[in-house]
Write a new protein. Sequence first.
Length: 188
Amino acid sequence: MASRPWRRDRTINGYFMMEASLYEIDPYALLNQKIQIYWEGEKEYFAGTVTQFNVDDWHHMVEYDDGDKAWELLVLQNVKIPKRPMSRPDCRADWPVPSSALMSSLGAILTEKAEKMEDGARSTTHGTSRSRDVKGSKTAKQLRELILKIMAKADRYEAMEQRQGALAPITTTMKSKTFQPAPQLCIR
């Protein structure tokens, strides 16, 4: 049986790398992490370190090992990230998930991007080939599907946050020092 691509682990420069859906990972958790980004034009992965995150547009600053620096929208890229230590026996890796507010902001950013793509596809001139028009629409359609997934997760995370908020007074009155940590993405 062939393994799924997101389950493949590879060691690259001493790091165990895995593919993951980055919209499910807290964007701040990627800071100072060694990653690899697949460049379609080059048909290969390029390694770099995430040094900054801009919450306004969800771009990360990546300082590539070859010396280049670029702001990248990692949630739309094919990226390999390092495995994190497993905190639960049933998980291959644990990463903190973003807050519902962060997920909602990503949904808004990607919605704006999809609208621009759709406007571009609609405003093609008569001299432009139809295949280009269709390709732009397909990409926007795929982006819309991703947005639906993101917004559904944002709703789930918001419900989890509300439950945790409701539990906080109970745990403090019981003088319990333990409170549920932030939700984690369990990659199996």
